[in-house]
Design a protein around this ligand. Sequence first.
Ligand SMILES: Nc1ncnc2c1ncn2[C@@H]1O[C@H](COP(=O)(O)OP(=O)(O)OP(=O)(O)O)[C@@H](O)[C@H]1O
Length: 231
Amino acid sequence: MLSIKGLNQYYGQSHTLWDLDLEVVEGACTCLMGRNGVGKTTLLQCIMGLLPVKSGSIEFNGAPIEKLISEKRAPMGIGYVPQGRQIFPLLTVEENLQVGLPARPDRSNKIPEFIFELFPVLAEMMNRRGGDLSGGQQQQLAIGRALAIDPKLLILDEPTEGIQPNVVAEIGDIIRRLNEEIGLTVLLVEQKLPFARKVADNFCILDRGRQVATGEMTALDDTLIKRYLTV
Ligand SMILES: Nc1ncnc2c1ncn2[C@@H]1O[C@H](COP(=O)(O)OP(=O)(O)OP(=O)(O)O)[C@@H](O)[C@H]1O
């Protein structure tokens, strides 16, 4: 589904991602893990075309996308929930959900009904401003906005950051449901280990910009956790 090979990225002179490989298997949920500053968000931004890459390939459903401008990637079926949610605080919930609609392949301007089934709170708050929602509600809005384009791949950058435990559990359940019930492929950055274990099938660990371990979540053992994840 998503296949990255030999990716190198620089911020100016600073070499940040090094010969990085990542395979996201269709229909599975893959968790990108690693300590702060190892390059997880940078990698997601390269996938979305928000940062240029120096070399390497990014294939989505067999098509090379690394040279496409960012605006062409979402319509191919990639939904993105950035770190910190980045909803529009002055727009209403409805307007926030409408923002992504032009990227839908069918050009429909109707917000899909299943978003309100997943997140009933969004239906209740359609006319409220995004900035007036709680952190958990904003995260649900950001996920709803990404889902409004009916993506085949959903990318989430730390969806549990700064969110109350009960909403964290709810978001975990929804990611699993999307994955199991509609076969949505998910790539997730997550630092909370219990959440990652509950939600993801596979893991990929980064350390100082390199991929250092990958496998099924059941193979994520204490040695890997101590070496690459604990602070
Ligand atoms: N705009 C930027 N310009 C220069 N360096 C940057 C920029 N953004 C990030 N970096 C650096 O690149 C490295 C990787 O950062 P990145 O945010 O991708 O890591 P991360 O694994 O997502 O960390 P976190 O878990 O803290 O979000 C870090 O050393 C960071 O300081």
